[in-house]
Design a protein around this ligand. Structure first.
Ligand code: GLA
Length: 370
């Protein structure tokens, strides 16, 4: 007999390096973390009525797929998106109740949305025996966000949430979806995720504009180099060749993406060789690119990265995630980490009027039944 309820847990993610490269077919290096969305999905005996309950927000919503849906950035659209994307692919669902809660900070660049999407996609797939494999579930989760929320996100967050491995980073090629797991061996160092507590929403920030700038770059590149389907397919020589046909802004955006892709490859080599100093420098370069060329940082994040520069126990820092707020990721000596947080929290509060939040996270397994 088929079960009529399932409990699923699905993690948020950090990203060591490779920001905004995913939708350009490039490289990323994320890892799933021990912050989760937990969902319980129960068959409710109706044909198509869905009842949603977001415990943390103390909000409920209802949905019936025999009625028309609209796009929107409120939380129920993530769930509606998953249901509809599964139905489009032939899933035979019935009415369900979904109750969920979590501790992935929202709007902080740790992918609370992907965690929610993956939890629901994974749970429904199991509950109704839909037979989708993990790659299809990841695609369903990404398309839910494109088509029902309106963020034209890449594949990194959903991939990391679904496929994460304990104590491993996922080195993912977003063009071919080839991936391999890399041990995160940091010796005396650790990763400090430091939240500026400036909230962003990808649907409303400049995220989609950045994606459009990249697509504009590709359109121009293609005229000369038809093999370029994504920025990943271009190199610096090609970009220089078309420079005069690009606006200054689009050139800068493309230059950042090409450089960031190269940095991910260099970071993987550095990690494999235990060269943490090189890794740290790459984080700083990545931040400089995001702040000045891609323009997705903000004064608070720049301040937080600058606050690390004169500390010899910090090897590198950069803003993490979609941008316009959220967290920095810092490669810091364990022995000095707590003192650094104490010191900078006070100075940050003085400057901006509110406190940042520090997270010491474990690298964990991806989406699973509990
Ligand atoms: C968000 C998106 C991802 C990725 C990052 C930036 O988290 O959901 O697809 O583009 O921003 O690297």
């Amino acid at each position: 007999m088929q079960a009529n309820s399932i409990k699923v847990t699905s993690p948020g993610r950090i990203n060591i390096i490779g920001e905004h490269t995913d939708y350009n077919g490039g490289f990323v290096l994320p890892a799933a973390i021990n912050k989760y969305v937990n969902a319980e999905i129960t068959v409710n005996g109706t044909a198509s009525v869905c009842n949603f309950h977001a415990l943390d927000m103390r909000e409920k919503a209802h949905y019936d797929w025999t009625e028309k849906t609209t796009k929107g950035s409120s939380w129920e659209n993530y769930l509606i998106g998953i249901i509809e994307e599964m139905r489009k692919r032939g899933a035979e669902l019935r009415g369900i109740d979904i109750v969920f809660s979590g501790n992935v900070p929202i709007g902080s660049g740790m992918s609370s949305s992907a965690a929610l999407e993956c939890a629901v996609a994974y749970g429904l797939n199991r509950l109704f025996d839909c037979g989708f494999n993990e790659m299809t579930l990841i695609e369903i989760a990404q398309k839910a966000e494109h088509n029902y929320v309106g963020t034209m996100c890449g594949i990194m967050d959903q991939f990391a949430s679904m496929m994460g491995k304990k104590e491993r980073a996922v080195f993912l090629d977003c063009r071919d979806l080839e991936y391999k797991y890399l041990p995160l061996t940091l010796g005396d160092y650790e990763i400090l995720i430091y939240n500026s507590n400036v909230k962003h929403s990808n649907a409303e920030s400049g995220y989609n504009d950045r994606r459009r700038d990249c697509e504009t770059g590709v359109t121009v590149l293609q005229k000369h180099f038809p093999e370029v389907k994504l920025l990943r397919d271009a190199d610096f020589a090609m970009l220089e060749k078309v420079k005069s046909e690009l606006s200054e802004v689009v050139y800068r955006r493309c230059h950042y993406i090409l450089s960031e892709n190269a940095r991910v490859l260099a970071a993987v080599r550095a990690l494999e060789n235990g060269n943490l100093k090189t890794l740290g420098n790459l984080l700083y370069q990545s931040h400089a690119g995001m702040s000045r060329k891609y323009e997705i940082s903000c004064p608070e994040l720049d301040w937080m990265v600058d606050a690390t520069r004169d500390k010899d126990y910090i090897l590198g820092a950069r803003m993490m995630g979609g941008g316009f707020g959220g967290c920095t990721i810092n490669l810091i000596e364990k022995a000095n980490s707590k003192a650094f947080v104490r010191e900078t929290s006070a100075a940050y509060r003085e400057k901006f009027g509110w406190e940042p939040t520090a997270y010491y996270l474990e690298i964990e397994e991806g989406t699973r039944e509990v």
